[in-house]
Design a protein around this ligand. Structure first.
Ligand SMILES: Cc1cc2nc3c(=O)[nH]c(=O)nc-3n(C[C@H](O)[C@H](O)[C@H](O)COP(=O)(O)OP(=O)(O)OC[C@H]3O[C@@H](n4cnc5c(N)ncnc54)[C@H](O)[C@@H]3O)c2cc1C
Length: 533
């Protein structure tokens, strides 16, 4: 495939993408002048291929598109398949594992504690209206896992763990927009994800796989004995089990510990969500509207036209910030331009927040997690689940802080500058968090290892982007589930648990992935190991 690269202005890149077939696009906002790096398909003489000669279709017919985008997956009928595999958890890891098994003629049998996506939506609506949390059906549990109502940023293109591009292609095959095939920072959006997940489920069932919703697995031995064994291998389990439970099922980790599955504590991160007005983030990141940053002609006000133009062509700005404070990383995580903060807890009496945005990313708010790295040695004790306890303790503390103000379903919050300078916020700015926020002294009750580092981290970020540290921004507690504090130890070759053969821990909950794409890829890899048996 011939390609040609261009460095263009946002407007030129936007127009080029209407004419030519793009294979890679990334925005470079490091300099004052914004640039878009565009790679397009080209013919043998280097001329860009017009889009009408090569539509965005997946086509592997020899008479079809001269430049097929990718080879579509072919799923086999497994209604009568002899080989079966059990999958616990229907998040990205479980779903992509199931689809991979289907490609190889193995019947996937999925157990998912939560509800199917349309029912789950109703529980999420209740949660956002402060009408109660369903501990089995929420932002973490249910069809599609934490990935369904996530932001849907599909980030990592690292080739280290396998073919990330294939994950994008499978998302595209089930209805994700063309941009997931070429954007450096692809994004689907929480309004589009449920439809994609539903189509994946329909495909699995249509081809003979099984999905059992509202079925929480409370014992590995029990779940396995319910199915006819078909594999005569040396496994403890006669039917292989892919364990794709995500990182929020604390009861399931307890069950695994009780059944003797080898686990260890791993490093993770916790902190807060921060929300700025999106307009301010656009100005800072796109270098718009500050006298010393805008133009030699001395334009000093936000350039309305310029701002609108840029947003039209490259969308609302995001950021990725990182610094080191006292030997630990402090960084932004899961930044959601034009998004919302959401209640992401899965148990009563705990307050957990996260962020998402719809496909258009057009809310007036910009939020991101701001977290501090926590190493196993930062927490006392030897229990492999000690990180979970630490997480829960902070989530309970956050809940109690809002309960003090008689608003237990609201989240505790503080204006950013007040937090850094150690004063109470008399009032709070408008915030996208639907259940509501209440003023609280996060500067006082966050553990010093987190709170003090965040304060310094925010000062550091302000040096890089003057204006970032502002009382127009609000911090909301707590962002505690950015990564798993536990690793379910597996053999790097076979991907099976080191002491429970036949069990394939994978995805974010097993501690080998973080985020949608890497979890999906880890699920694919686990399934491929079963295929090779
Ligand atoms: C609000 C929000 C926004 C996010 N935004 C992004 C983003 O933009 N980009 C990104 O890459 N990542 C994002 N993430 C993280 C991403 O969703 C996760 O990394 C990813 O979903 C992990 O995939 P997984 O399959 O390993 O686990 P999960 O998606 O957590 O799925 C695990 C599934 O297992 C089920 N389960 C657990 N225990 C049992 C049991 N005992 N029996 C049966 N079923 C069980 C759960 O109900 C769940 O459905 C976001 C997460 C949230 C909550």
């Amino acid at each position: 495939m011939n390609t040609r690269q261009f460095i263009l202005s946002p407007k030129e890149a936007y127009e080029a993408a209407q004419k030519w077939r793009v294979v890679k696009r990334s925005v470079d906002a490091r300099q004052r002048e914004l640039k878009v790096h565009l790679t397009v398909l080209a013919d043998d003489e280097g001329k860009p291929i017009p889009i009408h000669n090569s539509q965005f279709t997946i086509n592997n017919s020899p008479d079809g598109d001269r430049f097929p985008l990718y080879t579509p997956p072919v799923y086999k009928d497994v209604h009568e398949a002899e080989r079966k595999a059990i999958i616990i958890g229907c998040g990205p890891a479980g779903l992509f594992a199931a689809l991979t098994l289907l490609e190889h003629g193995i019947k996937p049998i999925i157990y998912e504690r939560g509800k199917e996506v349309s029912e789950r939506k109703k529980d999420i609506a209740l949660l956002n209206r402060n009408e109660g949390l369903n501990p089995e059906s929420n932002y973490c549990f249910g069809e599609g896992g934490a990935g369904t109502f996530s932001d849907g940023k599909l980030f990592s293109r690292s080739k280290k763990r396998g073919n990330m591009q294939r994950v994008m292609e499978i998302f595209h095959y089930f209805g994700a927009p063309d941009t997931v095939l070429y954007e450096a920072h692809a994004h689907i959006g929480s309004d589009k994800l449920p439809g994609i997940i539903k189509r994946m489920r329909e495909c699995i069932i249509e081809h003979g796989g099984e999905i059992h919703f509202e079925t929480c697995v409370t014992s590995l031995k029990e779940v396995e004995s319910r199915k006819t064994a078909t594999l005569k291998d040396k496994s403890q389990f006669q039917t292989p089990i892919i364990l794709a439970i995500g990182h929020s099922a604390h009861d399931t980790y307890q069950m695994l510990a009780a059944e003797g599955v080898a686990m260890e504590t791993k490093g993770f991160a916790m902190g807060v969500r921060i929300e700025h007005p999106q307009e301010l983030i656009n100005r800072l990141m796109y270098h718009l509207g500050k006298p010393h940053l805008t133009s030699p002609q001395g334009r000093s006000t936000p350039l309305e036209g310029e701002m609108e133009g840029v947003i039209k062509y490259i969308g609302n700005a995001s950021y990725s910030l990182v610094t080191q404070v006292d030997g630990r990383g402090v960084y932004s995580f899961c930044m959601c331009p034009g998004g919302h903060i959401v209640p992401a807890g899965s148990a009563e009496g705990m307050c957990v927040v996260n962020g998402m945005s719809a496909s258009h990313r057009n809310s007036p708010y910009a939020n991101s997690g701001m977290v501090v790295q926590i190493n196993p040695e930062d927490i006392a004790g030897n229990d492999p689940l000690k990180g979970l306890e630490f997480q829960e303790a902070l989530e309970r503390l956050a809940y109690e802080q809002s309960a003090i103000s008689h608003q237990p379903s609201a989240a505790p919050a503080q204006r950013m500058k007040d937090f850094v300078e150690g004063r109470a916020s008399k009032d709070l700015p408008k915030c996208s968090y639907l259940p509501g926020i209440v003023p609280s002294r996060l500067d006082q009750w966050l553990p010093a290892g987190i709170g003090k580092r965040l304060q310094q981290g925010f000062r550091d970020f302000d040096k890089k982007y003057p204006g970032f540290l502002t009382n127009d921004a609000v911090i909301v507690g707590v962002e505690s589930r950015s990564s798993s504090p536990v690793r379910i130890i597996r053999d790097p070759e076979t991907l099976q648990s080191i002491n429970t053969p036949g069990l394939y821990p994978c995805g974010e909950g097993a501690g080998y992935a973080g985020g949608i794409t890497s979890s999906a890829l880890d699920g694919i890899n686990a399934a491929l190991k079963i295929v090779q048996q």
